[in-house]
Design a protein around this ligand. Structure first.
Ligand SMILES: C[S@@+](CC[C@H](N)C(=O)[O-])C[C@H]1O[C@@H](n2cnc3c(N)ncnc32)[C@H](O)[C@@H]1O
Length: 182
């Protein structure tokens, strides 16, 4: 049963998405996505879930790091995001990316993910607690949750992620906050 609040999360308009796409292309030139991925715990062979992947800047960089023995699930509420990630994966001939269109439940197996990315999306969520519970379920016991969100101060991010008692703050690497599973 999908929680009531989550149903209010709707994909942004096509115009808004196209604007975001353009903006992220400029952002990625200035701040290469691989630099952010290097602040997470992602390593070769890992299974990664990029929740709220958008056009896939970080999904693609993560897929290159995990290599053929790893896998990246790129998840978004927006069909255009899914289409863009698939296009980029095809262009780069990456076979280790799988897309999932959802606004909450990834339906992935529990305890199956090494690193969850929650990058620049927390501020978008109308029911972050339900999303965090779902991410906690799929994360392996020794897995990592990596978060960034420039809309919040450092203490706010740490408080928001840890307040439901499922994640423990471990370290901040540049703008990326790494949490372990409680
Ligand atoms: C600001 S963008 C960030 C994209 C990407 N993480 C990045 O930093 O390049 C936020 C993304 O989250 C997606 N999103 C918003 N609410 C969502 C939800 N409830 N479930 C899945 N994706 C969602 C949006 O469609 C959008 O693509």
């Amino acid at each position: 049963m999908i929680p009531e609040k989550i149903r209010k999360d709707k994909p942004m308009s096509k115009t808004h998405f196209k604007f975001m796409l353009k903006h992220f292309k400029q952002r990625d030139k200035k701040y290469p996505p691989l630099n952010k991925i290097e602040r997470t715990k992602i390593k070769e062979g890992d299974i990664v879930l990029d929740y709220g992947c958008g056009p896939g800047s970080y999904s693609i960089a993560a897929a290159e790091v995990v290599g053929n023995t790893g896998k990246v699930y790129a998840v978004d509420i927006h069909p255009l995001a899914i289409k863009e990630v698939e296009k980029r994966a095809r262009e780069k001939e990456l076979k280790n990316i799988e897309t999932i269109l959802t606004n909450c439940d990834t339906k992935l197996e529990g305890n199956s993910i090494d690193v969850v990315l929650l990058l620049d999306i927390y501020h978008n969520l109308s029911d972050p607690e339900s999303i965090l519970k779902g991410l906690h379920r799929v994360l392996k016991n020794n897995g990592w949750l990596s978060v960034d969100d420039h809309h919040f101060k450092d203490e706010e991010i740490i408080d928001k992620i840890t307040s439901i008692g499922l994640f423990k703050f471990i370290e901040k690497e540049d703008k990326v906050f790494n949490f372990s599973k409680v």
